[in-house]
Design a protein around this ligand. Sequence first.
Ligand code: GLC
Length: 429
Amino acid sequence: MTNNKDETIAAAIAVLRQNDRGHYTVPTHGLYPFQWNWDSCLSALGQSHYDEDRAWTEIETLFEHQWEDGMVPHIVFHEPDDGYFPGPDVWQTHRPVPTSGITQPAVAGFAIRRLYDRSPDKSKIATRATTLLSKVNRWHEWFYRCRDPKETGLVAIIHPWEAGRDNSVDWDVAFEEVPTEGVMPFTRRDTTHANPEHRPTQAQYERYIWLIQHFRNLGWDNTQLHDASPFQIVDPGFNGILLRSCSDIADLAAELGEQSISKSSAAIVEKGLDAMESLWSDEFNQYLCMDRRRSELIQSPSIAGLLAIFAYIRQDRGKCIAARISDLGTRATYLVPSHDPAAPEFDGSRYWRGPVWLIVNYMIADGLQRIKEHTTADAIVRSSLELIAHNGLAEYYDPHTGAGCGGAQFTWTAAMVLEFLQMQTPKTE
Ligand code: GLC
């Protein structure tokens, strides 16, 4: 691409507009032709730089498809498209507009607070913000009711796609518990749009589909799915995002006069941040995922344990995470690899097993700035901007070579570029 700021902004806005379908945005043409949950919330931040109204609409559209129980699905299939598998015929959730039956990282609370804070005329958007606030709160309540039935303060994911980190090394051992017998015959479509070497393996896909069939057979009843799932992982990044969103809606609710949402969200945060301590590893100097069924920490140094810094975690933990990231910088050209390059499972071009993802960089950099770890935050922002300057607005990047991988012209990468340009610490002359 280019190093010129105005040209970079123009290129990013062009991608956002190109993937805009009017009231929602697709992650990229071809590979992902529907609306994805956390993609939309993060992409709305990018849209807010040039069209505030459109940014609110992006999140409003997503929440129009919230389930009656409060869940917000990970995909909304607005228009039929044969280019993606698994489509509505596999999920069979029987919604008026078809959706998937699982969820994704709850970044909406953070996003609406940021949109609100940025708005030049708050009185104009107060009603929209209040309406969304109560929907986001219902989603959060759903999480703690359905995904934390023992009230530990931390929620579990029941499918790798819920974490948004589809094929992370974190799942490898736990995934062995997911059978493959009885999986329907299927044809993947992702490998026709992207290099198969950059995508999850066939064995992983069979387990993804087995879980969908299993949940479908239980009628997508969220009062049953958690306990019935052979895969229950407490992911520190996922919980970190959720807790950050709870903190943000607690503040936003206070500002909008919604005292009861404010109080209950603050209580969730207090309990959740305490519980996060159970995921800390002194050995790895970061948080780790926990396999809830085995009650064991998963000894896998992935980005999930660093992403936790997006929540208002303890300052000393945040400092350790900053040190961990600097250390990763000695083993990778670009920050932040999604898995430690020193680990044998690391793969620099395969999806969530090593590549750099700009949305994760953004959330980590935000957390680092909060605790004034500016050197590390700046290094992440610099890496991110260099990646797009040299390799375009790709889905993700190889942390050694910087090569763009997966889909091209990617919406949330474009959105993050606009955010990073704003985050750059001004140089003092
Ligand atoms: C992939 C990613 C997921 C993302 C989706 C759409 O499945 O792993 O995080 O939401 O693509 O971009």
